[in-house]
Design a protein around this ligand. Sequence first.
Ligand SMILES: [Zn+2]
Length: 118
Amino acid sequence: MRYSGSCHCGGIAYTLEAGEAIGEAYDCNCSMCRRRGGLLAFFPREALALTTDPGALSTYRFHKQALAHHFCPDCGIAPFSEGIDPRSGRAMAAVNVRCLDGIDLGALKRVPVDGASF
Ligand SMILES: [Zn+2]
């Protein structure tokens, strides 16, 4: 299943080849996610293709600095993050499914993740 996603103003936009339809998302309680309120689903980085200028991304890192949390400097929305999966060594994208078109947020299974303890 192919999705399109974006920040609010459209300065950051992408397509996502998700394979199957997205049915669940991680709801993380870490110090950033609990403030930001994103719902995340993970994909190989190559599944996400930016359709806007990569230079439009602002990036925030914290704690172990391992994840690049991208956000739009104009509208403030954070449509995805990226990093390396420490187990597989593969580049991954953590997509904020709230930013995807056509997702029924109410129908998603929300999987709690205890990121605060990582
Ligand atoms: Zn924006």
